[in-house]
Write a protein that binds this ligand. Structure first.
Ligand code: GTP
Ligand code: MG
Length: 218
């Protein structure tokens, strides 16, 4: 990663946090379509959202170091439920269905939209929502509108550019600059930004540092 991009990461740099960020246990808890049936209690949770196929489930597997924990697929539309994974018995990672999968049909899409929106608006334990964007693409309307909707509803979020192994560092920097300029057209400041590759296990420390630091403040 270039310094240029690193400076744009709002993740706090934590002294000596390197190896301290190993996840010891990660277990699947429950899948459901109804936010009211999600696990009770006050443990903080961090959820991944974004277009189908952007790499949400793969990122959960990469962060936890458990390959088959969240179900992944080459075909979009794999995750259709709210999936809770408990991490070190203290906090949750949540895998959400992707939005914008065209082949699901109108009713299917409506259903998924309702699941996602109810979860985001009603889940009090949701501490930070990570919006995943494929680093290869230029800004897409569906993602920009989704982030606008989050802003309107006062939902804090961070951005993760995924699949960085798929393009060169130069290209990544260019794409990020385009994205940054686009976001600044409607946002006063850019939310925290991370860059990940589930394939090459990149961005793991930065993300886990960020989550660990938030957990410490709760
Ligand atoms: P839905 O559940 O359908 O919404 O998709 P998702 O966002 O959970 O995506 P998933 O993790 O299932 O990954 C989709 C495809 O992208 C799979 O074929 C993954 O192997 C691939 N993929 C995910 N992350 C990466 C990455 O960092 N690098 C590369 N090269 N491929 C990735
Ligand atoms: Mg998935």
């Amino acid at each position: 990663m270039t310094d240029n991009i690193k400076q744009n990461q709002a993740a706090p740099s934590v002294k000596g946090a390197g190896s301290g960020n190993r996840i010891i246990t990660a277990e699947f808890v429950i899948s459901n379509t109804d936010v009211r049936k999600c696990p009770e209690g006050t443990m903080p949770e961090y959820a991944f959202i974004g277009r189908s196929n952007v790499g949400k489930s793969s990122l959960i597997n990469m962060l936890t170091g458990k390959k088959g924990l969240a179900m992944t697929s080459q075909k979009p539309g794999k995750t259709q439920l709210i999936n809770h994974f408990i991490i070190d018995k203290e906090w949750y990672l949540v895998d959400l269905p992707g939005y914008g999968y065209a082949q699901r049909g109108k009713e299917g899409r409506e259903n998924i939209r309702r699941i996602i929106e109810d979860y985001i608006l009603e889940r009090e334990q949701l501490t930070c929502l990570f919006v995943l964007l494929d680093c290869r693409h230029e800004p897409q309307k569906i993602d920009l509108e989704f982030m606008e909707w989050l802003g309107e509803n006062g939902i804090p979020f961070a951005i993760i550019f995924t699949k960085i192994d798929k393009i060169s560092k130069t290209r990544l920097r260019e794409n990020f600059e385009v994205y940054q300029a686009k976001l600044l057209e409607s946002w006063e400041e850019i939310p925290p930004v991370f860059f990940t590759s589930s394939e090459k296990k990149e961005g793991r420390e930065e993300l886990l540092n960020y989550i660990t630091e938030i957990n410490k403040t709760l």
